[in-house]
Design a protein around this ligand. Structure first.
Ligand code: SAM
Ligand code: SF4
Length: 328
């Protein structure tokens, strides 16, 4: 089995966007109540007393939208200062980054992934489900600010949906030519919006690569991240292109991560609730950290290979939960 040393921590299930593929229109979400969220203090206890002693050194803060959680800067500072933390990253939609990129950087965050599905404000607003004022400009500004304050290389996460933003594959890929940005195309998964999936909105990475290669050429990059992306680059480009192909190519054998939801559920895999344990309840019921370590160790043994495409995810997201609720 792979060494599992990477924990994705969802800080909040709420979000200021409602992306089509994540929280489809009409979805009624029951948000986690404030008192049911793992507090920062509880999270730090779990990191120091359970995860770090078990060998976890890499942490990613996500959500929902992590920047909506009050007190995020101080929390980042505390996690970044843990001597055993070798890598701290965040995934955000970027909307609040114009103000927060600089304090986050000062607090010790060095790696950030920003989701950006379109360079066209109209398509962008359609994809994030915003019926009102356009959010593109502020998001784009957030990305620029993050880059300027020193998040370098900067990673952009893109989900391409047929008929929505597939006309922009080349423009998004071209962002890497002049900038040291890493654009990562993530295959759409039928989590949250199975209906979209049934409508064949999913585009396999191989098709994206072929389109990009025909226009610009594509070579394998020597820069590899520690994640599941296959990394390429346009010849002569400053940045890279990553392809995360969990639907078309199983990469479970390379997986090094588990996920903690904002209300304390620890799950061995995005699509696997087997053996899920609630660390918040356990902590609040006075279970000691040695016992928790044992439970987490047992949960790691439940990681198994999963075929994303064939997995029955129910009709309403993974067993009724969207990505924003599980923690993407
Ligand atoms: N709100 C933040 C953001 O959008 O970056 C963090 C949470 S979001 C759930 C994390 C990542 O999950 C985003 O890059 C988003 O594009 C991706 N995501 C959400 N739903 C998805 C789906 N059904 N298939 C593939 N990726 C998805
Ligand atoms: Fe979009 Fe991220 Fe919010 Fe989901 S959690 S709706 S992907 S911004």
């Amino acid at each position: 089995m792979n060494k599992i040393d990477y924990l994705r921590i969802s800080l909040i299930d709420r979000c200021n966007f409602r992306c089509h593929y994540c929280v489809p229109e009409g979805t009624k979400l029951d948000y986690i109540l404030q008192q049911q969220l793992l507090s920062y203090e509880e999270l730090l206890t779990l990191l120091k007393e359970v995860f770090i002693p078990l060998g976890f050194t890499k942490f990613r803060l996500t959500g929902g939208e992590p920047l909506l959680r009050p007190g995020i800067i101080d929390f980042v500072r505390e996690v970044a200062a843990l001597p055993q933390c070798s890598d701290l990253a965040m995934t955000t939609n970027g909307f609040l980054l114009d103000k927060l990129a600089s304090p986050l950087f000062d607090a010790g965050l060095r790696r950030i992934n920003i989701s950006l599905d379109s360079l066209n404000p109209e398509i962008f607003d359609k994809m994030i489900g915003n019926g009102g004022k356009s959010r593109w400009q502020q998001t784009w500004q957030g990305i620029q600010t993050a880059y300027e304050v020193g998040f370098n290389p900067l990673k952009l996460n893109v989900v391409i949906l047929r008929g929505l933003n597939d006309s922009e594959i080349l423009d998004l890929a071209a962002l890497t030519i002049e900038r040291n940005w890493h654009v990562r195309f993530i295959e759409f998964m039928p989590i949250g919006n199975n209906k979209l999936f049934d409508e064949c909105a999913w585009i396999p990475s191989a098709e994206l690569r072929q389109n990009i290669s025909q226009k610009f050429g594509l070579i394998e990059s020597s820069i590899k991240g520690n994640g599941p992306a296959d990394v390429f680059k346009i010849p002569g480009a400053k940045g890279t292109l990553g392809f995360i192909s969990q639907m078309s190519e199983c990469f479970c054998d390379k997986c090094n991560r588990i996920r903690l939801s904002a209300d304390g559920w620890l799950r061995p895999c995005l699509l696997n609730e087997t053996g899920e344990i609630n660390l918040k309840d356990a902590l609040r019921n006075g279970v000691d950290c040695d016992r928790l370590k044992e439970q987490v160790r047992n949960l790691l043994l439940l990681k198994e290979e999963i075929n994303f495409k064939e997995r029955d995810m129910g009709t309403d997201g993974v067993y009724g939960r969207t990505m924003s609720q599980i923690g993407g």
